[in-house]
Design a binder for this molecule. Sequence first.
Ligand SMILES: NC(=O)c1ccc[n+]([C@@H]2O[C@H](COP(=O)([O-])OP(=O)(O)OC[C@H]3O[C@@H](n4cnc5c(N)ncnc54)[C@H](OP(=O)(O)O)[C@@H]3O)[C@@H](O)[C@H]2O)c1
Length: 169
Amino acid sequence: MKVVSIGGAVALVTGANRGIGRALTEALLARGAKKVYAAARQPETLRGVGDERVVALRLDVTDADQIRAAVDAAPDVGLVFNNAGVTLATDLAASTLIDHARLEMDVNYFGPLQLLHHMAPTLARNGGGAVVNIGPQGVPDSHALWSTALAFGVLVLARRNSAFRRTFA
Ligand SMILES: NC(=O)c1ccc[n+]([C@@H]2O[C@H](COP(=O)([O-])OP(=O)(O)OC[C@H]3O[C@@H](n4cnc5c(N)ncnc54)[C@H](OP(=O)(O)O)[C@@H]3O)[C@@H](O)[C@H]2O)c1
């Protein structure tokens, strides 16, 4: 099984400004990551992650232009943490149900898929790398996402217990 070390690694964390993403960023730094690209919709909210190894990136994972710009700005990434996510828990009878469901899919599913799609050549160039998907439960695994990763030799770990996880992990 492929082993990916955090010590000396260059990582990118989405939604790095708060919650699990911020904790992940701090943990990566504490464990010796060489550099962490801390991505947030509003980079100014990253203030307080005071470490010279942190590079702040503006990234709304639903924005294709921002995804491309972030990938261009981070050519040395080997570890990607798809952490940004929303869970809107909308009542079945609410008028906003479908809009909320679409937003959840855009952030939790298409966002990571698009980021990995653009990031895959970078990961391949940097030795294969690894991707960790920290999504909410209930979001379907993406065959396209795993296939893209497989084609580029990227290790993918998901919280969910999918067939693809067993293939990769
Ligand atoms: N906490 C739990 O118990 C739990 C359990 C299972 C799974 N998860 C998953 O773990 C991840 C983090 O959870 P959390 O508890 O830390 O959540 P959180 O505190 O609500 O933080 C969510 C993060 O995602 C960012 N985000 C939301 N929409 C975004 C977008 N369109 N583009 C980029 N970033 C966006 C938020 O940025 P802003 O600050 O700009 O809003 C924030 O940084 C999520 O994917 C969540 O579904 C959490």
